[in-house]
Design a protein around this ligand. Structure first.
Ligand SMILES: Cc1ncc(COP(=O)(O)O)c(C=O)c1O
Length: 395
């Protein structure tokens, strides 16, 4: 039977307001559209292609894996999964890993393990997860319920119960953190989608202290901030905290879908055979990509490069901000940077793309988000800064 709507309705649901270009190739910090136009990509596929597009070392390993085994399910041992888990554990404060396929699923796993752990240890009334205003934790029902932004929740009531929101970076409000039903806190060390806003160290230290005192799990959502994005493998390393659970995704697979939580042993033990699972989670191809990516990040000079490039870029962005009242503030860490702007952020993003073939993002209505690959260099940053001068200084 034919469908008369086919010519008028997009066959892909319009959940994204897409920019009017089609990308067909990427290498390093550049992408090309289907007309062969080259763009400087300082979005990294929304903080995902941290090693740049199609990094050779990851490509080789994935190509090799594709010759052998694509999928086998978690009913069997998967060497790349076990090696990746080991490397994540060696490079974090966690002890055990659960693999899934995306950031939202990683946070789902975090929420589930927090409830399971608390119910095993404290009893069934300890189920509540505290999150913060302007956070972003994903689009599944539980993770959008965890997200402290009404616009993300709009239209999806009833929300999943068991979440409570406090204002981010508000130390006074922490007086209300602990309730008998509270089992965990879930927070971003730097809020990404919420406007590139770093946690205040004193506030985060107090959150951590309260969690320790009351046996509440401290869970950090490092989906955007992890994998070297903020100048250390995980952003929490720049604060004086030790989370019980870390959720990761995005940059872990260099663009091959993968997510994970890394938990301390006492928490990890709460997941037993049958309590959680995923058909594709930790699959051989995804974990091969993850392993190759994490080796590059932990063994090579990529993160050091990101730190150096970040200092250079930040300094130049501050200089630019001093020359224009279009930019109100510059903030962020590593290569997760935001320009707080006077007008609509999207207008600057459009100008950069349409007039200068440079891709940047927004993070809320008045924040321009800059996410270069961690492999970028001074030459590319200079090219980018020239564009920013034109976008911000020349009408
Ligand atoms: C901090 C944070 N958490 C969770 C998510 C959701 O990840 P995904 O889109 O892979 O489900 C994102 C995505 O932007 C994120 O930035």
């Amino acid at each position: 039977m034919s469908n008369n709507n086919i010519s008028t309705v997009s066959p892909v649901m319009e959940t994204y307001g897409r920019f009017p270009i089609t990308l067909s190739k990427g290498k390093g910090s550049y992408v090309w559209d289907n007309n062969g136009r080259k763009y400087l990509d300082f979005t990294s596929g929304i903080a995902t292609c941290n090693l740049g597009h199609v990094p050779n070392q990851v490509k080789e390993q994935v190509e090799n894996q594709l010759q052998n085994l694509w999928h086998c399910s978690n009913l069997y041992h998967i060497p790349s999964q076990e090696q990746l888990a080991k490397l994540l554990v060696e490079n974090s404060c966690g002890d055990q890993v659960f693999f899934c396929n995306s950031g939202a699923e990683a946070n789902e796993a975090a929420i589930k393990i927090a409830r399971k752990y608390a119910q095993d240890v404290k009893g069934k009334d300890a189920y509540e997860v505290v999150t913060f205003s302007n956070s972003f934790h994903g689009r599944t029902l539980a993770t959008l319920s965890a997200t402290g932004q009404e616009k993300i929740q709009h239209g999806f009531a009833p929300l999943t119960p068991g979440f409570r929101y406090l204002p981010y970076n508000d130390i006074q409000a922490l007086d209300n953190l602990v309730k008998p039903e509270t089992c965990a806190v879930l927070l971003e060390v730097i809020q990404g989608e919420g406007g590139v806003l770093p946690a205040d160290p004193a506030w985060l230290a107090r959150v951590s202290e309260l969690c320790k005192e009351h046996d509440i799990l401290l869970m950090v959502d490092e989906i955007q901030t992890g994998m070297g994005r903020t100048g250390t493998l995980f952003a929490y390393e720049q604060y004086d905290i030790e989370p019980d659970v870390i959720s990761v995704a995005k940059g872990l697979g260099s663009g091959i879908p993968i997510g994970a939580i890394i938990a301390k042993q006492h928490v990890g033990k709460a997941f037993t055979p049958g309590s959680h699972g995923s058909t594709f989670g930790g699959n051989p191809v995804a974990t091969t990509a993850g392993l190759a990516t994490l080796k590059m990040l932990t063994e090579g000079q990529v993160i050091k490069n990101a730190q150096e490039v970040s200092s250079y870029l930040l300094e130049k962005l501050h200089t630019l901000a001093a020359k224009t009242d279009e930019i109100i503030n510059v903030r962020g860490k590593g290569l997760l940077l935001g320009l707080i702007v006077k007008e609509n952020a999207i207008d600057y993003v459009t100008k950069a793309r349409e007039e200068h073939q440079t891709l940047i993002l927004i993070a809320g209505p008045q924040v321009v988000r800059i996410l270069p690959p961690l492999t970028t260099n001074k030459k590319e940053v200079d090219e980018f800064l020239e564009v920013m001068e034109k976008v911000f200084l020349i009408e």
